[in-house]
Write a protein that binds this ligand. Structure first.
Ligand code: SF4
Length: 223
């Protein structure tokens, strides 16, 4: 895809979603890491409903590291997979305390070693807590990027590689938020609102019937 078209798509999305940013509530890298771990297969709004009380009770990795996972589970019981997530949170906090002096590491390799942290969560933390120029690919980014032709990939990792290669330096974190906002508001999985789409002029999938499509469409997401 030509640079000018990529810039035009980004600019159209910026205009449509000014100030697009994460919907998760957090005030530091630790809170973002916790919220991002909790967000697996759960909406940001559901995560936000539990994190204020969770952060009051466990305000830093040291507090969470000595918590009983069963008690953490009670705090996040309204979320899916809450027992597994509670175990991951406590195990991750222990690693932060034992290996990183209670700080969140700022490298992809180190983040990926933390329990409950996959590539998407790691990149969310790197981009939003540390200002790194990386793009986290979730189901919305995967779907919208592949429909628009910004990527032509069958899985999230390949989509991340292709987006990293074509997006202008400095724009990857922003592009993540813009594509998520567009995916939630307009380019929905089964019923995209192509008639309202500000980037329809660049999209070869405009008005395609997605009613019977796989949730992610345009190939199978392997995440
Ligand atoms: S035209 Fe339709 S399919 Fe293409 S990006 Fe817009 S909403 Fe999605």
């Amino acid at each position: 895809m030509q640079k000018e078209i990529i810039e035009a798509i980004l600019q159209s999305l910026r205009t449509a979603y000014p100030g697009a940013r994460s919907r998760l509530y957090y005030s530091n890298a630790y809170e973002l890491l916790v919220a991002a771990i909790l967000s697996a297969q759960t909406t940001d709004e559901q995560v936000n409903r539990v994190t204020s009380a969770l952060f009051r009770r466990y305000p830093d990795p040291a507090a969470l590291a000595v918590a009983d996972p069963e008690e953490v589970a009670v705090c996040i019981k309204s979320l899916g997979l809450y027992r597994m997530k509670a175990a991951h949170l406590v195990a991750t906090a222990r690693v932060l305390v034992e290996k990183y002096d209670g700080l969140v590491p700022a490298s992809l390799a180190e983040l990926l070693e933390l329990p409950g942290v996959g590539r998407k969560v790691a990149n969310v933390v790197l981009a939003n807590a540390f200002g790194r120029d990386v793009i986290a690919v979730d189901t919305h980014v995967f779907r919208v990027a592949n429909r628009l032709g910004l990527a032509r990939a069958g899985n999230v990792l390949e989509t991340e590689k292709q987006l990293t290669a074509i997006l202008p330096p400095g724009s990857r974190g922003e592009a993540h938020h813009l594509l998520i906002h567009h995916g939630r508001a307009v380019c929905r999985a089964r019923q995209p609102r192509c008639q309202e789409c500000v980037v329809a002029g660049y999209c070869e999938h405009k008005d395609r019937d997605y009613s019977d499509a796989d949730h992610n469409t345009c190939g199978k997401a392997s995440h």
